[in-house]
Design a protein around this ligand. Structure first.
Ligand code: SF4
Length: 295
């Protein structure tokens, strides 16, 4: 059995930064709340709770507290509530997400109605929409568009979308809109991870995608890999059984942007154990990396 890990697996820059900011605040001995779970990874959120980070589910619950805004960002309305209620805000909104807020405001100021490509229920997209005017709409990937009457439009994407979805949306709008402005706001970390995952999936008999079941970018990664080979999406090694690997010689591993290294190592060691190998990896550097030139 050959087990290989896709490049760029695990925490992205924005998630790493949010965790660091939260831990710095907790270590100062302050009572720190995150507004919503800091990352979409239940096992890691549990570890953060044990270290003292509390979770609030709504801005209205928080008064005169230290509050960390997670990398997805929050809506303008939630931000205003936090300020009004006397909270000290640590803003860990990923700079790539903040950039989408600025672009939406700028497009509106220039007279462009905005179409956001993304999952309308995802907190990042809810936050993005709040920075637009009343003409701002969210379109899900591959959603049938209502007839477009606008002369000018601006398209902005959720940072974790697949580039193909953005290309499809722009292609469908181009024949209908004379003045179409497009900002490719899909973040580099997402694009690199998706390319690396797909390249490995093409060379694997099965892909094991590791990350929170509610993590948007991990789900996207699993969907993408499943286009090339059988794929399973798991949170921990406990979900793996020997039957999964029957007749599978080439195992590919990849992980979402909110998956800690320790979880990747744990899954790798579980597969090694299933394969009867006795040398567990102690760190991600011990896992063979799939190096594809095009990544
Ligand atoms: S996936 Fe990209 S946009 Fe999202 S937090 Fe990570 S670096 Fe930032």
């Amino acid at each position: 059995m050959q087990i290989r890990l896709a490049r760029y697996s695990g925490f992205c820059f924005g998630v790493r930064r949010a965790i660091q900011l939260a831990m710095d605040a907790v270590q100062k001995g302050e009572e720190v709340y995150s507004l919503g779970e800091l990352i979409h990874n239940p096992q890691f959120v549990q570890e953060l709770r044990a270290k003292g980070l509390r979770v609030a589910s709504a801005a209205q619950e928080l008064h005169n507290s230290v509050v960390i805004i997670r990398s997805h960002g929050i809506s303008k309305e939630e931000y205003n509530v936090l300020v009004k209620q006397g909270n000290t805000i640590i803003d860990a909104t990923c700079p790539y997400v903040s950039k989408t807020h600025d672009l939406i405001k700028q497009a509106n100021a220039e007279g462009y109605p905005v179409i956001i490509l993304g999952d309308p229920c995802h907190p990042e997209v809810i936050g993005m929409k709040s920075y637009g005017n009343s003409d701002t709409v969210v379109v899900s990937p591959n959603e049938e568009l209502a007839p477009v009457m606008a002369k000018r439009l601006c398209v902005i994407s959720q940072t974790t979308q697949k580039i193909e979805h953005l290309i499809n949306l722009v292609s469908s709008l181009l024949p209908k809109v004379m003045d179409l402005k497009v900002h490719n706001t899909i973040c580099l970390a997402t694009g690199q991870r998706q390319i690396a995952g797909a390249e490995l999936a093409k060379e694997s008999d099965i892909m094991v995608v590791i990350g929170g079941k509610h993590s948007s970018n991990t789900k996207m990664l699993a969907r993408l890999c499943s286009e090339y080979c059988p794929t399973i999406h798991i949170e921990t090694g406990a979900e793996l059984t020997p039957e999964i690997f029957v007749d599978k010689a080439r195992i590919g591993l990849c992980a979402g942007a909110s998956t800690p290294e320790a979880q990747i190592v744990e899954v790798y060691n579980k597969i090694m154990k299933i394969n009867g190998e006795e040398c567990p990896a102690t760190g991600i550097q011990n896992i063979p990396l799939f190096k594809e030139e095009s990544c």
